[in-house]
Ligand binder design. Sequence first.
Ligand SMILES: [Zn+2]
Length: 237
Amino acid sequence: MLRSIRYGEADRILHLYSADRGRVNAIAKGSRRPKSRFGGRLEPFFRLDLMLHEGRGELLTVTGASTLSGYPSLRSSGPAIAAAAQASEAVLRLLDSSEPNRPAYNLLCRYFDMLEGEASPDVETPAPAPSSRAAALAFRLKLALAAGFVPELAACARCGTRDEIAAFSGIAGGVVCSGCEGAGFRLSRQAHEFMVAALGRPLAELPEAEESALRQVERATSDVLSHHAHVQLRAVA
Ligand SMILES: [Zn+2]
Protein backbone atom coordinates (compact mmCIF):
# COMPACT_ATOMS: atom_id res chain seq x y z
CA MET A 1 0.00 0.00 0.00
CA LEU A 2 1.48 3.27 -1.13
CA ARG A 3 -1.15 5.66 0.10
CA SER A 4 -4.56 5.62 1.75
CA ILE A 5 -7.04 8.46 1.32
CA ARG A 6 -10.16 8.97 3.42
CA TYR A 7 -13.24 8.90 1.26
CA GLY A 8 -16.86 9.62 2.10
CA GLU A 9 -18.01 8.84 5.63
CA ALA A 10 -16.34 5.54 6.29
CA ASP A 11 -14.41 4.46 3.19
CA ARG A 12 -10.84 4.59 2.03
CA ILE A 13 -9.35 4.87 -1.45
CA LEU A 14 -6.16 2.80 -1.60
CA HIS A 15 -3.29 3.52 -3.97
CA LEU A 16 -1.53 0.21 -4.40
CA TYR A 17 1.47 -1.23 -6.16
CA SER A 18 0.90 -4.88 -6.93
CA ALA A 19 3.10 -7.73 -8.08
CA ASP A 20 0.73 -8.87 -10.83
CA ARG A 21 -1.10 -5.75 -11.98
CA GLY A 22 1.27 -2.84 -11.39
CA ARG A 23 -0.50 0.30 -10.18
CA VAL A 24 -3.98 -0.33 -8.87
CA ASN A 25 -6.50 1.90 -7.12
CA ALA A 26 -9.17 0.32 -4.96
CA ILE A 27 -11.94 1.36 -2.61
CA ALA A 28 -12.36 -0.29 0.78
CA LYS A 29 -15.95 0.36 1.77
CA GLY A 30 -16.67 0.82 5.44
CA SER A 31 -13.00 0.35 6.32
CA ARG A 32 -12.96 3.35 8.67
CA ARG A 33 -15.78 1.99 10.81
CA PRO A 34 -14.55 0.80 14.23
CA LYS A 35 -15.74 -2.75 13.62
CA SER A 36 -14.59 -3.01 10.02
CA ARG A 37 -13.66 -6.55 9.01
CA PHE A 38 -10.43 -5.12 7.60
CA GLY A 39 -9.24 -4.20 11.11
CA GLY A 40 -6.22 -1.90 11.14
CA ARG A 41 -4.47 -3.45 8.17
CA LEU A 42 -5.44 -1.03 5.40
CA GLU A 43 -2.72 1.42 6.33
CA PRO A 44 0.12 2.76 4.19
CA PHE A 45 3.17 0.50 3.76
CA PHE A 46 1.37 -2.74 4.69
CA ARG A 47 2.14 -5.59 2.34
CA LEU A 48 -1.18 -7.28 1.79
CA ASP A 49 -2.80 -10.16 0.04
CA LEU A 50 -5.96 -8.52 -1.28
CA MET A 51 -9.10 -9.89 -2.86
CA LEU A 52 -10.40 -7.33 -5.32
CA HIS A 53 -13.69 -7.17 -7.16
CA GLU A 54 -13.47 -5.67 -10.63
CA GLY A 55 -16.58 -3.75 -11.66
CA ARG A 56 -17.11 -1.54 -14.66
CA GLY A 57 -15.18 1.47 -13.34
CA GLU A 58 -11.44 1.80 -12.94
CA LEU A 59 -11.67 1.56 -9.18
CA LEU A 60 -11.58 -1.98 -7.83
CA THR A 61 -13.40 -2.93 -4.63
CA VAL A 62 -11.57 -4.62 -1.77
CA THR A 63 -13.52 -7.69 -0.64
CA GLY A 64 -10.85 -9.32 1.52
CA ALA A 65 -7.46 -8.49 2.98
CA SER A 66 -4.82 -10.45 4.85
CA THR A 67 -1.48 -9.15 6.07
CA LEU A 68 1.78 -10.42 4.56
CA SER A 69 3.97 -7.86 6.38
CA GLY A 70 2.70 -5.18 8.72
CA TYR A 71 6.09 -3.47 9.20
CA PRO A 72 5.27 -2.46 12.80
CA SER A 73 8.72 -1.00 13.50
CA LEU A 74 8.79 0.98 10.27
CA ARG A 75 5.34 2.40 10.98
CA SER A 76 6.31 3.53 14.48
CA SER A 77 9.51 5.34 13.47
CA GLY A 78 9.28 8.91 12.18
CA PRO A 79 12.37 8.74 9.93
CA ALA A 80 11.37 5.33 8.52
CA ILE A 81 7.83 6.57 7.79
CA ALA A 82 9.26 9.60 5.99
CA ALA A 83 11.57 7.37 3.92
CA ALA A 84 8.75 4.92 3.08
CA ALA A 85 6.43 7.78 2.11
CA GLN A 86 9.07 9.25 -0.16
CA ALA A 87 9.69 5.85 -1.78
CA SER A 88 5.93 5.40 -2.26
CA GLU A 89 5.62 8.80 -3.87
CA ALA A 90 8.45 7.97 -6.27
CA VAL A 91 6.65 4.75 -7.26
CA LEU A 92 3.39 6.68 -7.79
CA ARG A 93 5.13 9.24 -9.97
CA LEU A 94 7.35 6.89 -11.99
CA LEU A 95 5.20 3.78 -12.41
CA ASP A 96 1.64 4.67 -13.32
CA SER A 97 1.00 1.71 -15.60
CA SER A 98 -1.14 -1.32 -14.87
CA GLU A 99 1.56 -3.46 -16.51
CA PRO A 100 3.22 -5.61 -13.87
CA ASN A 101 6.80 -4.70 -13.05
CA ARG A 102 8.24 -7.38 -10.76
CA PRO A 103 11.65 -5.72 -10.31
CA ALA A 104 9.93 -2.54 -9.07
CA TYR A 105 7.62 -4.50 -6.78
CA ASN A 106 10.47 -6.56 -5.33
CA LEU A 107 12.61 -3.46 -4.87
CA LEU A 108 9.88 -1.72 -2.89
CA CYS A 109 9.43 -4.80 -0.68
CA ARG A 110 13.17 -5.05 -0.04
CA TYR A 111 13.42 -1.36 0.80
CA PHE A 112 10.54 -1.60 3.29
CA ASP A 113 12.15 -4.75 4.77
CA MET A 114 15.36 -2.76 5.23
CA LEU A 115 13.54 0.16 6.87
CA GLU A 116 11.74 -2.29 9.15
CA GLY A 117 15.05 -3.86 10.20
CA GLU A 118 16.66 -0.50 10.88
CA ALA A 119 13.69 0.75 12.87
CA SER A 120 13.52 -2.41 14.99
CA PRO A 121 15.51 -2.24 18.23
CA ASP A 122 15.56 -6.05 18.51
CA VAL A 123 17.30 -6.84 15.27
CA GLU A 124 21.07 -6.93 15.32
CA THR A 125 22.34 -6.19 11.84
CA PRO A 126 25.34 -8.36 10.93
CA ALA A 127 27.00 -5.58 8.94
CA PRO A 128 26.80 -1.83 9.37
CA ALA A 129 23.79 -0.72 7.35
CA PRO A 130 24.25 1.98 4.74
CA SER A 131 23.19 5.43 5.82
CA SER A 132 19.51 6.08 5.33
CA ARG A 133 20.31 8.79 2.82
CA ALA A 134 22.57 6.50 0.79
CA ALA A 135 19.89 3.80 0.85
CA ALA A 136 17.18 6.26 -0.23
CA LEU A 137 19.31 7.43 -3.15
CA ALA A 138 20.14 3.88 -4.17
CA PHE A 139 16.43 3.00 -4.01
CA ARG A 140 15.67 5.91 -6.32
CA LEU A 141 18.35 4.84 -8.82
CA LYS A 142 17.16 1.23 -8.79
CA LEU A 143 13.59 2.41 -9.27
CA ALA A 144 14.68 4.52 -12.25
CA LEU A 145 16.31 1.38 -13.68
CA ALA A 146 13.12 -0.65 -13.11
CA ALA A 147 11.08 2.11 -14.78
CA GLY A 148 13.39 2.13 -17.81
CA PHE A 149 15.25 5.38 -17.14
CA VAL A 150 18.69 4.11 -16.23
CA PRO A 151 21.57 6.54 -16.73
CA GLU A 152 24.54 5.53 -18.90
CA LEU A 153 27.41 4.95 -16.47
CA ALA A 154 29.92 2.81 -18.39
CA ALA A 155 30.97 5.24 -21.14
CA CYS A 156 30.56 8.86 -22.15
CA ALA A 157 26.90 9.33 -23.09
CA ARG A 158 27.95 11.82 -25.79
CA CYS A 159 30.95 10.30 -27.59
CA GLY A 160 31.21 6.78 -26.17
CA THR A 161 34.74 6.94 -24.79
CA ARG A 162 35.44 5.09 -21.55
CA ASP A 163 38.35 7.34 -20.61
CA GLU A 164 38.41 10.46 -18.49
CA ILE A 165 34.82 10.33 -17.29
CA ALA A 166 34.53 13.67 -15.51
CA ALA A 167 30.97 14.87 -15.39
CA PHE A 168 27.32 13.94 -15.59
CA SER A 169 24.74 15.26 -18.02
CA GLY A 170 21.03 14.69 -17.53
CA ILE A 171 20.32 15.80 -21.11
CA ALA A 172 22.90 13.37 -22.52
CA GLY A 173 21.49 10.71 -20.15
CA GLY A 174 24.62 9.73 -18.26
CA VAL A 175 28.27 10.30 -17.53
CA VAL A 176 30.32 12.39 -19.95
CA CYS A 177 34.07 12.64 -20.57
CA SER A 178 36.28 15.68 -20.03
CA GLY A 179 35.93 16.59 -23.73
CA CYS A 180 32.12 16.60 -23.51
CA GLU A 181 32.03 18.00 -19.99
CA GLY A 182 30.42 21.27 -21.05
CA ALA A 183 27.12 19.40 -21.21
CA GLY A 184 27.08 18.52 -17.52
CA PHE A 185 28.30 19.07 -13.96
CA ARG A 186 31.44 17.67 -12.34
CA LEU A 187 31.01 14.15 -11.01
CA SER A 188 33.52 12.79 -8.50
CA ARG A 189 34.93 9.28 -8.87
CA GLN A 190 33.26 8.35 -5.58
CA ALA A 191 29.84 9.54 -6.81
CA HIS A 192 30.31 7.61 -10.07
CA GLU A 193 31.34 4.45 -8.19
CA PHE A 194 28.41 4.81 -5.82
CA MET A 195 25.97 4.94 -8.73
CA VAL A 196 27.51 1.86 -10.36
CA ALA A 197 27.33 0.00 -7.03
CA ALA A 198 23.79 1.17 -6.31
CA LEU A 199 22.59 -0.31 -9.61
CA GLY A 200 24.68 -3.46 -9.43
CA ARG A 201 24.52 -4.51 -5.78
CA PRO A 202 21.80 -5.22 -3.21
CA LEU A 203 20.55 -2.29 -1.13
CA ALA A 204 22.25 -3.63 1.98
CA GLU A 205 25.69 -3.70 0.32
CA LEU A 206 26.23 -0.08 -0.64
CA PRO A 207 29.69 1.44 -0.42
CA GLU A 208 30.45 4.35 1.84
CA ALA A 209 30.15 7.75 0.22
CA GLU A 210 30.73 11.26 1.49
CA GLU A 211 27.93 13.75 1.65
CA SER A 212 29.37 15.71 -1.29
CA ALA A 213 29.30 12.57 -3.45
CA LEU A 214 25.75 11.73 -2.39
CA ARG A 215 24.66 15.24 -3.37
CA GLN A 216 26.07 14.64 -6.86
CA VAL A 217 24.30 11.27 -7.04
CA GLU A 218 21.03 12.94 -6.12
CA ARG A 219 21.50 15.66 -8.71
CA ALA A 220 22.40 13.14 -11.42
CA THR A 221 19.33 11.01 -10.67
CA SER A 222 17.06 14.06 -10.57
CA ASP A 223 18.44 15.35 -13.87
CA VAL A 224 17.88 12.02 -15.63
CA LEU A 225 14.34 11.69 -14.30
CA SER A 226 13.36 15.26 -15.12
CA HIS A 227 14.82 15.17 -18.66
CA HIS A 228 13.77 11.67 -19.65
CA ALA A 229 10.80 10.71 -17.43
CA HIS A 230 9.53 14.30 -17.02
CA VAL A 231 9.17 13.63 -13.31
CA GLN A 232 10.49 15.92 -10.56
CA LEU A 233 10.94 14.13 -7.25
CA ARG A 234 11.36 15.89 -3.93
CA ALA A 235 14.84 16.10 -2.41
CA VAL A 236 15.82 13.02 -0.40
CA ALA A 237 15.67 13.88 3.30
ZN1 LIG B 1 32.70 12.35 -24.49
